[in-house]
Design a protein around this ligand. Structure first.
Ligand code: GMT
Length: 376
């Protein structure tokens, strides 16, 4: 199948899922065309059947806001015609589903059929998409997609609660390619460079937005380090980073917290991590937690959104209410205090992650592509 994938090219989960999905589909013989404003960060293997088409938005002084969706929909029309694309898969509703719908309509005028699959990822529904300024457009573009998928049961429920949806929403969970981790021997797992032998390594990875409750990451760690020798690795960049650095200084734990910035080598950091903290206010799935789990890292998270579908309470880690810093800290200490307990949680985390193996999830996407082709 010739498939165009529209996504955000950034480190965010939706872009990562879209890119990994495209690469996996390409390995199965499909021809994949990524259409977005820059090369997706995880897209490192352009080849004959993986192409990238950059959307350019020319600056024009009259426009206070440059019209990205106009440029994207025009680019889609051109790519679809040039490469005889059979199906469009857009990740994140805003503005991708909207631009995709316009492309579909423009192409229909010229006799082309372009079935569109829209995958909802989280904040496009629970946060930004819910804003009254966007809601009518988001509702319209979901209802006018040929097939709609969401990355968790929880996100499906949130979508049905918040929007007037006439379409069936199929749940296809996010995935991880477990084979990469079976094959990989982390000979370069440089734990000793990061912490002393007896210190536990705790990690947080995100885009440091408000929704991630970065202050709670620091506060939970502050409680943990009172009882267990530990270091905290803060991975990522975003608006809450400066606040986090200030809080670390204020709590006088500067020598125990490392801010590593944005990293292309997440697995190298996770390979020496013991525990992953994800105290988010909202989280439709928690791909970063799944990436930690496949690396045998135990999870301390909130019980919001889709997190209970990924982090199994008492098995791969523990779940707490949003804001309950003390409960998260107690749970973390419970895991870390006892070496045997820690090893059990780490091994369990990997076992739970295996349920989300690419091999199990990919066929669902191929199935819905067939469905979309028949529906259009
Ligand atoms: O987590 C973020 O803020 C990034 C965001 C995105 O859209 O890139 O992530 C969302 O999609 C991911 C992939 O499906 C999910 O794993 C994240 O849970 C979800 N984020 C939120 O719901 C806050």
């Amino acid at each position: 199948m010739k498939i165009a994938i529209v996504c955000y090219p950034t480190f965010g989960g939706s872009g990562v899922v879209a890119t990994e999905l495209g690469l996996a589909l390409a390995k199965r013989g499909h021809e994949i065309h990524f259409v977005t404003y820059s090369q997706p960060v995880r897209l490192d293997q352009l080849s004959g059947n993986v192409r990238f088409h950059e959307v350019h938005v020319p600056e024009y002084p009259l426009f206070h806001y440059q019209p990205y969706e106009l440029a994207l929909s025009s680019k889609l029309v051109n790519v679809v015609k040039q490469f005889k694309i059979e199906l469009l898969h857009v990740h994140y509703a805003i503005p991708h589903a909207y631009a995709g719908y316009m492309a579909k309509k423009m192409l229909a005028e010229e006799g082309y059929k372009l079935p569109m699959v829209t995958t909802l990822h989280g904040t496009d529904i629970t946060l930004v998409g819910n804003h009254p300024f966007y809601k009518p457009a988001v509702t319209f573009s979901i209802n006018n997609s040929d097939v709609v998928t969401s990355v968790s049961k929880s996100l499906k429920e949130d979508t049905l609660k918040s929007f007037k949806i006439k379409k069936n929403i199929e749940v296809i969970p996010n995935f991880i390619d477990c084979s990469k981790y079976d094959e990989k021997e982390f000979t370069d797992c440089q734990r000793e460079m990061m912490a002393e032998h007896e210190e536990k390594i705790i990690t947080h990875i995100s885009n440091f937005r408000k929704v991630k409750r970065i202050d709670d990451v620091i506060k939970v760690f502050y409680e943990i380090q009172k009882k267990v020798d530990a270091k905290l690795m803060m991975v990522g960049e975003g608006p809450e980073k400066a606040m986090a650095e200030d809080l670390v200084d204020e709590l006088n734990i500067t020598n125990k917290v490392m801010f590593l910035g944005q990293s292309h080598e997440i697995d190298k950091i996770l390979c020496f991590s013991d525990l992953f903290l994800l105290p988010s206010e909202k989280e439709s799935f928690g791909l970063s937690a799944l990436e930690a789990m496949v690396n045998e890292v135990a999870i301390i998270s909130t019980n919001t959104g889709g997190l209970p579908e990924v982090n199994i309470h008492g098995v791969s880690g523990y779940l707490s209410n949003v804001e309950d810093v003390q409960d998260m800290a107690n749970n973390a200490i419970r895991i870390l205090e006892n070496e045997e307990n820690l090893e059990k949680f780490k091994a369990n985390a990997k076992k739970v992650a295996a349920k989300f193996d690419l091999e199990n999830v990919l066929p669902f996407y191929e199935e819905i592509y067939e469905k979309a082709l028949n529906a259009a």
